[in-house]
Design a protein around this ligand. Structure first.
Ligand code: NOJ
Length: 548
């Protein structure tokens, strides 16, 4: 890139992640929708983000929060249908916001027309999925030993038209999410067409769900007990998947301006991630370690170093996120003892423990973490509600929980619903302005006590988390230019510069004096008399600069 060419928007963007059913309910049925999202677009513009990523909005039986897609060329009627989506894209653009949507290519819903035809015996439709005869006597055993990411076997047996047990089909997630066969050219052609469908409607890019999973090892060999998350697994990360992304990149580049992809790609060997980020493949991939790293200086430093090393190697910008719809919200993660030794193959919720959370502490740390990630080179993703400092809702009654991780674990794992609770906008009791008056209760129950966390309440308070995010996102493009340069700092402090701005994050154990010759332009909490307290972060500029 020549110095006179401005960097494309996506290299430094702040992207706000919306779960449309949990964001705002315009229609008054207790479920968020695109009318609600459209009405709140000015809120997002004022927050200071550059783009909005909408998680799957397609027609869906909602077995997995929309990641079970029944029709890739439409929008669920509950959300308002395709017309609402088109109006949303136009209005977002008019406010200067780009729009990313989710594409779910690894699997369809079992309600998709292709899978229905496959079950009805249509051979051509069956060849788009991974149907296989079972093993053992009468084919009674699954074709291989793979386990589903949501627990239990990765295979479900079908029943033939004559009522007899038939073949099995592969599902890396829930049985209602049958995996497609990406070695079938019809599948590849279909998704190229789906990409064009949305690009033609002005969508600026896609977040690619399970980007590493599309192609499986030929012959579907046994995994022999290998863990999907931490070890190489024949269901993930095969070389042939890159042909798919090279074709997709050509499609994205054929538009003006070129469209963009962000990958959700989990790879067991980190050196395989850059393969997805080659200049003729995907534009960026999420950094996942910040979702799991404990609130300690050393681990955080290593996370940042690894992300920057990948960016240096690939030329792709780092895509940072503190949380998303799959993990425990950061306020709750940081509200518990920060176990250094917990293993990465524990279930997400087991990893953070069950001790009573100190939510005030969690919020203090989450605010500091926000000033860390918004200061890093690359993109920052903000998940709806993190700008309000929402905690994980951990006491959703069992009968209201919907996540298949909960149901398929026999209730042992609470699942992800606690991070997907509808947002509080105003008022002091549910539905906190999420729905218009008279609507039924929101689809997931909101807790009591969120009155002070509503957007309306925080708008009145210059020290609120919402105000902090507005300041950070507002100043970020101006203050955070240039590469990251590490600085020396007292023990427990992560310190770096971006241009003339210096960032200090104090993980503890002690309060520390701030460096001389600089003044605080933004701090995550009180920093009186030149002291940076524990669990606090600050952005500092040379004495003569800055504004706040
Ligand atoms: C990743 C998505 O983020 C998650 O919510 C979903 O359950 C799986 N992919 C399966 O689509």
């Amino acid at each position: 890139m020549s110095s006179s060419t401005p960097a494309p928007w996506w290299r430094t963007a702040a992207v706000y992640q919306v779960l449309p059913r949990s964001f705002a309910d315009g229609g008054g049925d207790g479920v968020g929708d695109l009318a609600g999202l459209r009405a709140r677009l000015p809120y997002l513009a004022e927050l200071g983000v550059d783009a909005v990523w909408v998680t799957p909005w397609y027609p869906s039986p909602m077995v997995d929060n929309g990641y079970d897609v029944a029709d890739y060329r439409d929008v669920d009627a509950v959300l308002g249908g395709l017309g609402q989506a088109e109006a949303f894209v136009q209005e977002a653009h008019a406010l200067g916001l780009r729009v990313l949507v989710d594409i779910v290519p690894n699997h369809t819903s079992d309600a998709h027309a292709w899978f229905r035809a496959a079950l009805a015996g249509d051979a051509r439709a069956r060849a788009r999925y991974l149907f296989r005869p079972g093993r053992g006597e009468g084919g009674a055993l699954p074709p291989n030993d793979w386990e589903s990411c949501f627990g239990g076997p990765s295979w479900t047996r079908t029943t033939d038209a004559d009522g007899r047990p038939g073949e099995w089909y592969l599902h890396s997630f829930a049985p209602e999410q049958p995996d497609l066969d990406w070695r079938n050219p019809e599948v590849r052609a279909e998704f190229v067409d789906v990409l064009r469908f949305w690009f033609d409607r002005g969508v600026d890019g896609f977040r690619v769900d399970v980007a590493h999973g599309l192609v499986k090892e030929a012959g579907l060999p046994d995994a022999l007990g290998r863990d999907r998350r931490t070890e190489e697994h024949p269901g993930w990360d095969q070389d042939e998947v890159h042909e798919v992304y090279r074709e997709w990149r050509e499609v994205a580049d054929s538009y003006d301006p070129p469209r963009v992809f962000v990958a959700e790609a989990w790879v067991a060997r980190p050196e395989r991630l850059p393969l997805y980020l080659r200049s003729d493949e995907l534009h960026m991939a999420f950094e996942f370690e910040p979702l799991h790293v404990t609130w300690r200086e050393g681990p955080w430093r290593r996370v940042v170093e690894r992300g920057l090393a990948t960016a240096a190697l690939t030329g792709a910008p780092s895509a940072w996120a503190l949380t998303n719809h799959d993990v425990v919200r950061q306020v709750t993660r940081y509200a518990r003892t920060q176990w250094p030794e917990r293993g990465s193959n524990e279930s997400e919720r087991a990893r953070w423990g069950t001790e009573e959370p100190d939510l005030a502490l969690g919020r203090t740390r989450a605010r500091a973490a926000a000033l860390l990630t918004t200061a890093l080179p690359g993109l920052v993703y903000v998940y709806e509600g993190e700008e309000l400092g929402l905690e994980e809702v951990e006491d959703i009654p069992t009968e209201r929980r919907l996540d298949p991780i909960h149901t398929r674990s026999g209730g042992r794992d609470p699942g992800r619903d606690g991070s997907r609770v509808p947002l509080p906008w105003s008022g002091d009791r549910p539905p906190y302005g999420f729905s218009p008056p008279g609507a039924p209760e929101p689809w997931l129950p909101q807790p009591p006590g969120w009155g002070p966390l509503t957007a309306a309440a925080q708008e009145q308070d210059p020290d609120s988390t919402l105000a902090l995010y507005r300041c950070a996102l507002g100043l970020r493009h101006e203050l955070m230019a240039g590469p990251l340069v590490w600085h020396e700092a007292p023990d427990g402090v992560l310190a770096f510069a971006r241009g003339t701005t210096v960032v200090w994050v104090n993980f503890g154990p002690d309060d520390v004096p701030l460096p001389a010759g600089r003044r605080v332009v933004l701090a995550s909490g009180p920093a009186p008399d030149g002291v940076l307290p524990v669990d606090t972060a600050a952005w500092l500029v040379p004495d003569e600069e800055g504004s706040r």
